[in-house]
Design a protein around this ligand. Structure first.
Ligand SMILES: [Zn+2]
Length: 253
């Protein structure tokens, strides 16, 4: 995998954003792959949505976002379109490509699988002012800081390429989330986040209960947080994410 954008591609374009787009799209097509099946990516034939890609083997869809760094929030398109796409499940997976403006090398490439995207991660931006060309238009940011680590798959991290097999395994093992409704997906992802934040290989039910207040804040209408936690742990056990090892102890698989 070549960790550099091809600057010669930029010669025919005047605006920096167009240059970056053509360089990053070409790079993705030549170097990245479908994280579900490993196939090459194909650009979606559609003039208006130039940043879109798909896999001709498994039909998985992707959107590429490019930036100088991967921050806590990533700017995306129209807010209501994004919300609708989450609701009707047509949202793509996201590639976040991070490049250096000095020498165009690529330190990071991250994928956020679509099954980690819930409406609460989509932050509404201020409508564009009256003087703007698209006055009143409302964009959004994706708050990626609230996504658990298992939902941030780094294909390249700090200049190091991660093995393709590991990416495919990590992506596919969480696909069970797609079968859940957005509501129950949200709960499962919250519990996964709590489990991850403990940063341990095995953990106890009591330790997960310590997130009771945090979860109550996130789900104020739920008055049975502890039973809900146990239910989610059972689901995660059934899906092979954790293993029950007895006496209220769990092991992360
Ligand atoms: Zn595929």
């Amino acid at each position: 995998m070549l960790l550099k954008l091809d600057r010669t591609l930029a010669q025919n374009y005047k605006s920096t954003s167009q240059q970056i787009r053509v360089m990053s799209e070409t790079w993705l097509l030549q170097n990245a792959y479908c994280v579900k099946c490993g196939n090459v990516l194909t650009k979606t034939p559609n003039n208006t949505k130039v940043e879109d890609f798909y896999c001709s083997n498994c039909s998985e869809q992707f959107e590429l976002k490019t930036g100088k760094y991967i921050g806590k929030q990533i700017t995306d398109g129209a807010y209501y379109t994004m919300i609708e796409k989450i609701q009707d499940n047509s949202i793509p997976n996201f590639f976040f490509l991070n490049y250096s403006l000095e020498d165009y090398h690529i330190p990071n490439l991250m994928v956020i699988p679509k099954h980690y995207l819930t409406q609460d991660l989509i932050i509404k931006r201020k409508p564009l002012s009256e003087n703007a060309k698209r006055a009143g238009w409302i964009g959004c940011n994706i708050n990626i800081s609230n996504i658990p680590e298992s939902g941030k798959l780094y294909i390249i991290k700090n200049g190091t390429v991660v093995q393709k097999n590991k990416i495919l395994t990590d992506f596919n093992k969480m696909l069970f989330l797609r079968k859940e409704s957005e509501y129950s997906r949200g709960w499962l992802i919250d519990i996964i986040k709590c489990i991850e934040s403990l940063n341990k290989k095995s953990l106890s039910l009591e330790e997960i209960y310590s997130f009771e207040n945090y979860l109550k804040e996130k789900h104020p209408l739920n008055n049975n947080i502890r039973p809900k936690i146990r239910q989610q742990l059972q689901l995660l056990r059934d899906k092979g994410y954790i293993r029950f090892i007895g006496k209220g102890q769990y092991e992360i698989l």
